[in-house]
Design a protein around this ligand. Sequence first.
Ligand SMILES: [Zn+2]
Ligand SMILES: [Zn+2]
Length: 233
Amino acid sequence: MEQIYTIPINEAFEKSMEDGGCPFCEIKRVFEENELSLILGASMMEPDVRIKTNELGFCERHYGMMLGAGKKLPLALMLESHLNEISENMSVSKILPSKSAKRTDSALGALGKSCYICERLDRNMDIVMNNSSSLFGADADFRRKCSKQPHFCIPHYAGFLRAGRENLKGSDFSDFYRCISDIENKYVARLKENVSRFVKKFDYRYEDMPWEDAKDAVEKAIAALCGSDSLNS
Ligand SMILES: [Zn+2]
Ligand SMILES: [Zn+2]
């Protein structure tokens, strides 16, 4: 197991035991903050980072976050060379126009779907998932923390389960699966119950029924499905 991330994993699992929420969303939120300050700081000027951002660009969410950070100069420098590369890829050959159209198509077609920050986050979250499932097998204290989680958002539950299938064997895997599926099945049952209660409240026959936890059922169900437990804060 790669040792990196063991400390942030333990910290996030402890935090969610107290505050609620998905521990992996919390880890991702911290990674995202780090990536943003890196890209708007020192790493923006590094040639190998610039090659990557020229090629991949950013998604709308991350352009938005960079704009919101209020540091427009590093953003403008990155955009300057990104647009340069795009315009090079758009140059039209007089002799072989179909060849240049093909090059433009493949260079620009990928742009809307790629993001430098998302790519790095995905790679780091894969490592986090693998390390977390290995920790479950190796560390009784982490196993206890895992069993006390309030829930995982649905995409992170799927990722954690996949990592567990790859990294754990025999009784370690059965214990892991029992632990996380028990948490998640109760969570999804609660989400379903609250959304149904929300729907019923629009029926005059249920007018007097108490809301209980259903007032924000729609927001909570969407956050669970999108893996955005901490992204709205
Ligand atoms: Zn999550
Ligand atoms: Zn992105």
